[in-house]
Design a binder for this molecule. Structure first.
Ligand SMILES: [Zn+2]
Length: 409
């Protein structure tokens, strides 16, 4: 759940960089050194573990940096905090690995980073090596790079990440204490369900389709990817097609993000609280039929944008457990099992006939309201106990069967 009372939030601003050809060369070199350091440090951790069964920590590796710099003088061409951040990234990869092992998930050991897998480096302390100066981004050991600040920075800048993308270089500046811009309260709430054919449906039966231009661009991307697969490995043609695919992929990615930003704003303008399914996307993608729709729809990206923006807009987004939301009848609570191919919910108990996704959205709303009600009651009970009064008996918790209600919520 995302808090409602904050008046500031964290936000990342992304600006395009326009380096000169010489600066671009330097940026490439820095990236190259960072990637090499990452691989060297990974190698060190791996050998230490394989040979001696020892785990090397981030702090040990950080302490070794001066020695490493003495051995590889070319590392002096990279800002020292940027190098430290490389080690920190590796440490994060290991932390994630250990967490997965503990959770019994498929672990996936941290990987050596090839040329096409390492795209960015970070100045972890704004003002120390990286600072915006009018139309220039001043980067220590690199120079003053032209930056397109298309909207002003707000809050306190904390870190600067320089990344290489298919169409050039970008700077992502992460800021804290960014003032929020609350949207006017409307008193409305909604539940939304991710659709298979459409992007989402609200409990008010507002249907949001995937935009057509976006579907077209995706189809074109798939065609290009097939073409790439047919190209001979190592050929010049393959390199060219690869470039095209990367550019096109970036375009699709941007269109999708753009669509998500518009849709989230549209929802937050209308509703004070939005309930949505707490989907475990990783679990769903394993399900073959859903894989396409879920990854295409980019549901998790949509959700994180919605949650971030809600804080900024002074609204609430609440995730509810997804169990049975598509199977239960939203009017009488009866369990009506249906496979994914069944598009309509038809209740044999109460006779309700409704679009499958609309029924799901109504269930999400209902679960969300119940969840909130439980939370309020718990809070009230805790307050009463603190005040010394005997707790009053509430019996809403755990009630799965619902009282009849109208579907026109
Ligand atoms: Zn029913």
């Amino acid at each position: 759940m995302v808090g409602v009372s904050e008046t500031t939030c964290r936000k990342t601003y992304r600006y395009k960089l326009c380096p000169t050809p010489e600066q671009e060369q330097v940026l490439e070199t820095v990236l190259w050194h960072c990637r090499r350091l990452y691989n060297v440090a990974l190698e060190e951790r791996k050998t230490a573990y394989d040979r001696r069964g020892v785990t090397i920590s981030y702090y040990q590796q950080k302490a070794e940096l001066p020695d490493l710099k003495a051995a590889f003088p070319e590392l002096a061409s990279v800002h020292s905090q940027v190098l430290q951040d490389v080690l920190l990234r590796l440490d994060k990869a290991f932390q994630a690995f250990f967490r997965r092992v503990q959770a019994g998930e498929k672990p996936g050991y941290p990987r050596f980073q090839g040329r096409n897998r390492y795209h960015s480096f970070t100045y972890p302390q704004y003002g120390n090596g990286a600072v915006v100066d009018g139309r220039l981004l001043s980067l220590s050991k690199i120079g003053r790079v032209k930056i397109r600040v298309h909207r002003p920075l707000e809050g306190t800048p904390k870190t600067v990440t320089i990344s290489k993308e298919a169409d050039g270089w970008y700077a992502c500046i992460s800021c804290e204490n960014v003032p929020t811009h609350p949207l006017p309260k409307t008193g409305n709430v909604t539940g939304i369900d991710v659709g298979l054919k459409v992007f989402y449906v609200t409990s008010q039966n507002e249907v949001c389709e995937n935009p057509r231009h976006f579907r077209k661009a995706e189809a074109a991307l798939r065609r290009k990817q097939r073409k790439l697969a047919r190209c001979e490995k190592g050929s010049k043609n393959r390199e060219q097609v690869k470039q095209q695919v990367a550019k096109h992929y970036q375009k699709v990615k941007r269109q999708r993000a753009d669509f998500h930003h518009k849709e989230t704003l549209h929802l937050l303008r209308q509703y004070d609280t939005i309930y949505l399914k707490d989907l475990q996307v990783a679990n769903l993608v394993r399900n073959h039929h859903l894989a396409k729709s879920i990854s295409d729809a980019g549901w998790s990206q949509f959700r994180s944008i919605l949650e971030c923006k809600a804080v900024w807009a002074g609204k609430r987004v609440v995730a509810v457990p997804p169990q049975y939301t598509s199977q239960l009848c939203s009017r009488c609570g009866a369990y009506v099992q249906k496979s994914l191919s069944v598009r309509t919910h038809m209740c044999p108990e109460c006779g309700l006939v409704l679009d499958r996704d609309h029924n799901g959205a109504l269930n999400v709303l209902q679960s969300g309201l119940e969840l909130d009600q439980q939370a309020t009651q718990q809070q009230r009970r805790a307050e009463q106990e603190q005040a010394g009064a005997p707790p009053s008996g509430g019996n809403v918790a755990g009630c799965r069967r619902r009282s009849p209600r109208s579907p026109a919520l």
